[in-house]
Structure formats: structure tokens, C-alpha cells
Design a protein around this ligand. Structure first.
Ligand code: PSU
Ligand code: MN
Length: 278
């Protein structure tokens, strides 16, 4: 199963990022699946980074954030790059990988509906199953769910009929479909292959005791959004800026939640991969 590298290079602070990248691979192995973290090393897309390569992407200051459109220019320029959900899904699918785990998907940004992550259109044309904790809570969750509907991407709540809110257990939005087991996900994955070329999203919420305190979350989000305008942050720097702001302003609470999100999603994705093999 696939893991992305943007979380490692641009989503988590050092030195936790490298530790988490290694731990997550170990969790996947313990669940009986084979982890393949995807990234670009000196222009070569690599499916299954080794420890030296992973360390490089976690510690170098010269790692480009690669969405799908960046893959070709970065390859030609022999750059080192970290792949987003959109890019990781595309590369994983090409390599024959069926399941992928991340933290939270990109989506439609608040106060900036023209800023929509390429994760959405990328997933609409990539038949892979992606386990996430919903979309990042820094986004306009309602608008993002509407876009996923338009794009034909199915969303399954894992053990819930509510869409998870990344750092928060519940985003406040309902879902049409829910599942209770990795086996059920595998069955839906197979059924999807008959009828659709879009991704299947498995939305796996944090348990309530592991979420960020909602009041703290809302306060920090307001300050983070104000920081975007004040500091003139735009484009692909927006998401890393907001995540870094959270990690600082919550005194590590959002970091702890993000690490748990990634670990739990990797474990569930590994179970789905094992169920698909059966
Ligand atoms: N999940 C996390 N942390 C992250 C991401 C996901 O817990 O940093 C990354 C993914 O790579 C996702 C990207 O594709 O954030 C979205 O960036 P943007 O909004 O610029 O498309
Ligand atoms: Mn964007």
C-alpha cells in the first residue's frame, strides 16, 4: 500500500516528521501489508523510498511539493520532491497499488473557493482507495463534499455516518454510506472497479479522546486565517502554513492528533490491502 511524502516534507515539523514516517511504515508491516512511501529523488519517481531517501526528503530544505502537474517539470529538472495526495494516488495506481493512506485530503479553501486542491480532480480520475480522516479542517468542508459529489468520488464513513473533521472527530456533515470493517471496504473497492474510474474515500475519524479541543481548534483557525492575509501566503504554501501555525499555536495538540490520524489511517489501509489480497 502507498504512503505520501508531502506529509513528511511539508506537513509535519522536524524531527517528528522522519520518526513518524518510519513508524507508519512499521505499523503497515505489522498489519501484514507492504508499505511503499512515494516521492521523487533526483528526478526519479520512487515507489518505496528506502531509509536514506526518506531521511533526505524529511531533512533537506530543497524538496519541492509535487502535485500532479509538477511531476514532469520536476523530473526533467532532476529535482527532489514530495508527492501530494493527488500525485501519490496517480503514481501508486500506475504502479499497481490499490490502497493509499494519508492524513487529511486537500479540498476547497475557506474564503477562497477558487483555491481548490488538485487532490479532488486527481482522485476523480484515479481508481484507488484512499484512507483519510476526511479533509483538513482548515478547509470549507461543505463545499469540498459537494465537489466530491460532482466529481463522482464516493465517501464511506468508517464506523460513522458523519464526515470526520481531521483534527476533529466530526465535521458536522452527514454521509450517505458507512462501513464497519476493512472487508467491507475491500468488497466496495472491487464493486467500484466494475462501475467507476474514480477513487473511493474511506473517512476514518479520530476517537473523541484523541481529537483537538474544538474550542481551541476554532480559535487557532481564526488566527491562522488572519495570518495568511497578513503574511500574503498564497498557492501551494497555504496548506503547509496553516498546518505549521496549528502545530505551534496548539502547543503540540494538533501535532499529536495529526500523528495519530496518519498512524491509524495507515493501519486501516493496511488491513484493506490485506483484505483485497484474500
Ligand atoms: N494530510 C496531512 N498533512 C498534509 C497533507 C495531508 O495530515 O500535509 C498534504 C497532502 O499531501 C495533501 C496536501 O495532498 O496536504 C494538500 O495540499 P494542497 O491544499 O496545497 O493541495
Ligand atoms: Mn491550492
Amino acid at each position: 500500500m502507498a504512503l505520501e511524502s508531502t506529509i513528511v516534507s511539508h506537513g509535519l515539523p522536524r524531527p517528528d516528521n522522519l520518526r513518524v514516517a518510519r513508524e507508519v511504515e512499521a505499523v503497515v508491516e505489522a498489519a501484514g501489508a507492504v508499505p511503499a512511501t512515494i516521492g521523487m529523488i533526483h528526478g526519479r519517481l520512487t515507489v518505496g523510498l528506502d531509509d536514506e531517501q526518506l531521511t533526505h526528503l524529511a531533512t533537506s530544505d530543497d524538496v519541492v511539493k509535487l502535485s500532479v502537474r509538477d511531476l514532469a517539470p520536476a523530473a526533467a529538472a532532476q529535482r527532489d520532491g514530495a508527492t501530494t495526495v493527488a500525485a501519490t494516488a496517480a503514481v501508486a495506481h500506475k504502479a499497481g497499488i490499490a490502497v493509499f493512506a494519508t492524513g487529511g485530503l486537500g479540498g476547497v479553501h475557506r474564503d477562497a473557493p477558487f483555491d481548490e486542491s488538485a487532490d479532488l480532480t486527481g482522485l476523480s480520475r484515479t481508481p484507488i482507495t484512499v484512507v483519510c480522516a476526511g479533509v483538513k479542517s482548515i478547509l470549507d468542508v461543505g463545499a469540498t463534499l459537494e465537489r466530491l459529489e460532482t466529481l463522482g468520488v464516493a465517501v464511506l464513513g468508517f464506523g460513522t455516518r458523519r464526515f470526520p473533521g481531521f483534527y476533529l472527530r466530526d465535521s458536522g456533515f452527514d454521509l450517505d454510506w458507512s462501513v464497519e470493517s476493512a472487508r467491507e471496504v475491500a468488497a466496495i473497492h472491487r464493486a467500484r472497479d466494475e462501475v467507476s474510474a474514480a477513487a473511493l474515500i474511506v473517512a476514518n475519524p479520530l476517537p473523541e479522546e484523541e481529537q483537538v479541543d474544538p474550542a481551541l481548534h476554532d480559535r487557532v483557525l481564526a488566527a491562522a486565517m488572519a495570518g495568511l492575509t497578513r503574511e500574503g501566503i498564497t498557492g501551494k504554501a497555504v496548506t503547509p502554513y496553516l498546518l505549521a501555525h496549528f502545530h505551534e499555536a496548539t502547543g503540540g495538540a494538533s501535532l499529536a492528533a495529526n500523528i495519530r490520524i496518519i498512524t491509524r489511517n495507515a493501519e486501516l489501509a493496511a488491513q484493506v490491502a490485506v483484505a483485497l489480497r484474500a
